[in-house]
Design a protein around this ligand. Structure first.
Ligand SMILES: *[C@@H]1O[C@H](CO)[C@@H](O)[C@H](O)[C@H]1NC(C)=O
Ligand SMILES: *[C@@H]1O[C@H](CO)[C@@H](O)[C@H](O)[C@H]1NC(C)=O
Length: 344
């Protein structure tokens, strides 16, 4: 047996020898192309290994330019703070105060604008939520600096389902859309599960011409799509597209199905789904036990089979909820809702 390292060495040696012969015989162009491919791929791997950064690194360089906002330049197309892969790690027992300390430029309600340039992107982040306090803190700890690296104008909305009924993610997202659009003319909405931490800041949180599925490579699924039309986790739409598909279904109670329904709505409206490259769209999923009040929805397959008939009547145009409170906390806007009907 030959040791694997040695076998590889011999293999590359042979390749080089063959290329040398080819080169000699006049295949210059092809050989230099192969060599270029080899070197760039080796370089990009080492590059990835070398530049994994802390999500807060370099952020102290973001300083207000001048007190007169009119003089601000437009932010560059590519933010100078975007660097690539990020470390995903959290201090033990992070408190909201710690996160506030580390993000001095974030304003009440979880709003942020780059202080030194006019942002090109205006994005609302909507997080459907119930009883995941630690995950929420971890996500906030990571997401605020992540978005600041991208020089985005953003705000974070947590839509908290405060009742004892089954969790309804689709409906929470509809509420988030409606309440966020009341506050600002957002150009892009990111619908973001609380347990997904983005691992690369080149995954820019803006919208493209088509609905976007951002969480394409989750560690729990070995960084691969579980299936081709998977649309769960983190996705984004422009308001005009959101309204075109009539928002999300309101009648999926419990875990599963609503994300497939949303994907169907998009296809039924003749749009396709865009995705970032898998090296950018990487996410770490935070671990959790079974959630109470969010058991798998046994009706989901039956509901899905009727999406094409029902989507026009089920969504933003029949959304009913009571907003118990809206609180501007230092790191997010807390929208507390009560649905009050459980169909089980
Ligand atoms: C939910 O249930 C708990 C305990 O059963 C009760 O104390 C609480 O008031 C209920 N909350 C609502 C909003 O109904
Ligand atoms: C949101 O506000 C409600 C009402 O004050 C509160 O009970 C709940 O804990 C808050 N949720 C979050 C995630 O801050």
């Amino acid at each position: 047996m030959v040791a694997p390292g040695r076998a590889l060495f011999i293999f590359f040696g042979l390749q080089l020898a063959i290329m040398a012969v080819l080169y000699h015989q006049g295949y210059h162009h092809q050989v230099s192309y192969v060599l270029k491919m080899l070197t760039t791929s080796v370089l990009s791997t080492t590059d990835t290994i070398l530049t994994v950064k802390d999500v807060y690194s370099g952020l102290d360089q973001i300083q207000p330019l001048s007190p007169t906002k009119e003089d601000l330049p437009t932010c560059p197309k590519t933010s100078p703070f975007v660097s690539g892969p990020l470390k995903v790690s959290f201090p033990l027992d992070i408190t909201l105060d710690d996160i506030v300390q580390k993000n001095p430029l974030v304003q009440l309600g979880g709003h942020y604008q780059p202080p030194n340039c006019w942002a090109l992107h205006h994005t609302a982040i909507i997080i459907p939520y119930r009883a995941r306090r630690r995950h929420l803190h971890q996500l906030l700890y990571h997401l605020h600096p992540f978005l600041q690296r991208q020089q985005i104008h953003y705000a974070i909305y947590v839509v908290h389902q405060m009742d004892n009924y089954t969790f309804n993610r689709g409906k929470l997202l509809n509420v988030g859309f409606k309440e966020a659009m009341k506050e600002n003319n957002w150009q892009c909405l990111y619908f973001h599960d609380v347990d997904l931490i983005p691992e690369d800041d080149r995954n820019i949180y803006d919208c493209s011409a088509f609905p976007m599925h951002a969480s394409v490579a989750i560690d729990k699924f070995q960084y691969e799509l579980p299936y081709q039309t998977y649309f769960g986790g983190v996705m984004a739409l422009q308001p005009i597209h959101y309204l075109k598909i009539n928002g999300f279904p309101n009648n999926y109670w419990g875990w599963g199905g609503e994300d497939d329904d949303i994907a169907s709505r998009i296809f039924l409206n003749k749009m396709s789904i865009s995705r970032p490259p898998a090296v950018f769209g990487r996410y770490h999923m935070l671990k959790h036990g079974h959630d109470r009040g969010n058991k798998a929805n046994p009706n989901r397959f039956q509901l899905l089979s009727r999406t094409h008939l029902r989507w026009r009547y089920n969504g933003m145009n029949n959304l009913l909820y009571s907003l118990l409170s809206k609180e501007q906390t230092p790191l997010y806007t807390n929208l507390t809702v009560h649905f009050g009907i459980d169909y089980h």
